[in-house]
Design a protein around this ligand. Structure first.
Ligand code: ADP
Ligand code: MG
Length: 227
């Protein structure tokens, strides 16, 4: 693979991410890491499947014009994926930056909500919406990454769960940012207003923003009563 290695950006339990250049373009290489506690055959199958699924969904979103990283190269056997480098910092860092203005934070959160809605409109649920998986550029525009757990779905539940995950994280890890989730949800809803009803996808109609927001309320209530 024509990847010139730069520096390591991330070393997680599941993957290692390096910055570098691919055919002269800024790129990142994501390497699947074996999980020692899992049987090697099972680990390989799971990792392979996840990487294929992530790659397939990235291509689908990219074709639809979403600002996700372009897929540049893929070797699922070796567990290697090369994609376009997205400029920006993870939302978690932006939220912890004492120099970030209220206006900037609000824009970043609204843009995150809009980005989530755009993914949902394609019947894709992210499955791991943490503040590490949202990159924010200098203008405050959000790009979602890390679609290894994402799936196509048409039932409203998983869409509601996506919002609930980031709701919980914003509440738990960034309680000082008052109203963070409200800005995000406002961005989610505003994107649907801006674009009009979502186009029907191959599996049928996608839950509307309104339906997903009301499901979020429902999930919150369930969690409150049953832990
Ligand atoms: N396309 C990209 N452009 C820029 N940074 C990226 C890109 N992909 C991943 N990263 C960086 O690497 C980190 C880990 O990548 P991610 O896909 O989230 O892997 P993991 O599954 O281990 O969480 C991200 O949080 C981000 O900081
Ligand atoms: Mg991640």
């Amino acid at each position: 693979m024509v990847f010139q290695e730069g520096e390591r950006l991330h070393l997680g339990a599941e993957a290692e991410v390096w910055s570098g250049r691919w055919m002269g373009r800024p790129a990142v290489r994501k390497l699947r890491r074996p999980r020692a506690w899992r049987h090697p055959d099972l680990d390989h199958r799971l990792g392979h499947r996840r990487m294929m699924s992530e790659a397939r969904l990235l291509v689908r979103m990219h074709r639809a014009g979403l600002p996700v990283p372009a897929l540049l190269d893929l070797d699922p056997e070796q567990g290697v994926m090369i994609m376009q480098m997205i400029p920006g910092r993870p939302l978690i860092e932006v939220l912890r930056d004492p120099k970030a203005s209220r206006e900037f934070l609000q824009r970043a959160l609204e843009s995150t909500g809009a980005a989530i809605r755009n993914v949902h409109r394609l019947a894709i649920t992210h499955g791991d919406l943490s503040t590490n998986n949202v990159l924010i550029d200098e203008e405050g525009h959000a790009v979602l990454i890390d679609f290894g757990l994402a799936v196509i779905d048409y039932e409203v539940e998983r869409f509601g769960i996506d919002l609930h995950v980031i709701d919980e994280i914003l509440g738990a890890s960034h309680p000082d940012i008052v109203g963070a989730i409200d800005h995000l949800l406002a961005g989610y809803q505003a994107e649907e207003m801006r674009l009009g009803p979502a186009e029907e996808q191959t599996g049928g109609a996608v839950p509307t923003a309104k339906e997903v927001l009301s499901r979020l309320e429902n999930v919150r209530t369930r969690v409150r009563y049953h832990g």
